[in-house]
Ligand binder design. Structure first.
Ligand code: SD4
Length: 291
């Protein structure tokens, strides 16, 4: 069996390409990096890589992470500027025994020393979005933070190896230096090849409160299917946040186990996700909050 699942419709081209490679025997780490790079490189996806939405100073600061489900190695970058593929830098960092999660200037120095491609990640289109939102924020009191979609993926290769990865520009108009859940192990992603993996999109500040990707993997270890684990983890965190604070932010999760079975849960309307397995051609589905 092999499989790949990702948050959002934007992942479908990458997933389609990687699923062909997984079918030919590509390793899970190579397949996930390839699929995420496709999203990072495409200028019209507003929340990932090139063309990602900027922070409040109109600078694109990117977060990404990579996890190997065999060795449990993790690499991550946060607040990195002017590099084309944060996912590849995160993956390279996962080879390090220490210093495997770098932020800001430190991450940029590491990327430069290791020969990663520099690129101005701010596009004219993203600048236009920024100016429009700034105006709306001032004139109509609209929240600056709406409109953000992280790509998160889980892969399973035909040797049973699993990987998880994320890449994002984080919240639109975030404070400079703000980091969400996406590069944080356990919150934005988690994977163990002996069980399965999960990854998140939504409001990082709330996703972190439940370490929700780890929670889903833990529930799968207890014997729940990916769908049961996603439903339980999302419902419980949603209810907990409502009880303690009155409202939960957006929480959307996808998961796959080491048999290639998958699940999804969300507390928002119309959460799209992309999935392919050996027995299932690449497809986009839309999931909705279940009350
Ligand atoms: C963050 N979780 O930085 C990310 C943003 C996101 O859909 O996923 N948006 O908080």
């Amino acid at each position: 069996m092999w499989g790949i699942i990702a948050t959002w419709r934007m992942a479908i081209e990458g997933i389609t390409e990687s699923s062909e490679k997984l079918n030919e025997g590509m390793e899970a780490g190579d397949a996930i990096e390839l699929a995420i790079k496709r999203v990072e490189d495409y200028p019209f996806y507003k929340s990932v890589g090139y063309g990602g939405l900027p922070n409040e100073n109109c600078e694109v600061e990117l977060d990404a992470a990579y996890m190997d489900g065999d060795t449990l190695s993790i690499g991550a970058v946060a607040g990195i500027r002017d590099f084309a593929n944060p996912i590849s830098i995160a993956r390279k960092l996962s080879d390090e025994k220490v210093n495997c999660f770098l932020v800001g200037i430190g991450a940029e120095e590491y990327a430069h020393k290791n020969g990663f491609e520099r690129k101005n990640m701010l596009t004219d289109r993203a600048k236009q979005h920024y100016n429009k939102r700034k105006k709306e924020t001032l004139e109509q009191g609209l929240s600056p933070y709406i409109g953000h979609d992280t790509v998160g993926m889980v892969t399973l290769d035909s040797n049973g190896k699993m990987c998880a990865a994320t890449s994002t520009s984080g919240l639109f108009m975030k404070k400079s230096g703000r980091v969400g859940d996406s590069p944080l192990s356990g919150s934005g992603f988690y994977v163990d090849s002996e069980i399965g993996g999960a990854t998140a999109t939504g409001l990082g500040e709330d996703l972190m409160k439940g370490c929700i990707s780890y929670e889903i993997v833990r529930l799968m270890k207890e014997g729940l299917t990916p769908q049961q684990a996603c439903d339980k983890a999302v419902n419980e965190l949603d209810e907990l946040l409502i009880k303690r604070r009155g409202k939960a932010g957006d929480l959307s999760l996808v998961a796959m186990n080491n048999k290639g079975e998958w699940g999804v849960a969300t507390n928002i309307p119309n959460f799209s996700f992309s999935v392919a397995t050996k027995d299932h051609e690449p497809t986009v589905y839309v999931s909705n909050r279940i009350d």
